[in-house]
Design a binder for this molecule. Sequence first.
Ligand SMILES: Nc1ncnc2c1ncn2[C@@H]1O[C@H](COP(=O)(O)OP(=O)(O)OP(=O)(O)O)[C@@H](O)[C@H]1O
Length: 177
Amino acid sequence: MKDTGESKDHQLTVALRIRPLSDAEQEEGATIVAHRVDDQMVVLMDPMEDPDDILRANRSREKTYMFDVAFDYSASQEEVYRATTRGLIEGLISGYNATVFAYGPTGCGKTYTMLGTDNQPGIYVRTLNDLFRAIEETSDDMLYSVSMSYLEIYNEMIRDLLNPSSGFLDLREDSKE
Ligand SMILES: Nc1ncnc2c1ncn2[C@@H]1O[C@H](COP(=O)(O)OP(=O)(O)OP(=O)(O)O)[C@@H](O)[C@H]1O
């Protein structure tokens, strides 16, 4: 696992996480085609590969990708948080900006990684814990202001998840004023 301190050395960290197959996927006979080779390298196997196809036997279509850090299904929420996000907090309370976002197709594990579950809290929860701890530790000589918003953008519809009764928010509202 990479130490979080390393994230200070570069401006952008790209991490890849491979999730385990769900029970339903296993029952369907699905197999994982993405394999973590080491802490940075991932190989994508060709899902159509047929070992009996002589014409393609020597032309494997597996592809290798490099990331700043790669995790597979054995990675814990804490490991992912430490390697991607924890190191940003020190800069954050010194006034620097930081963004962490999850990207990927539906069902790939974005919500699990970012929000997590009660037993396996994700990046949001761990960040807030460490952020408020860091604020408390430095509150003798610093005054902080923390604000928070939680929005869902889905099919170009925007909802305020901290105030769902406000309905869908209209992006054009500001431009009318
Ligand atoms: N690392 C993981 N370990 C165990 N279960 C996981 C992991 N990642 C995802 N899952 C499970 O896989 C399912 C799909 O994950 P999740 O809901 O996080 O996907 P998503 O990318 O947020 O999807 P969507 O874009 O549709 O909201 C969930 O049941 C989640 O609990």
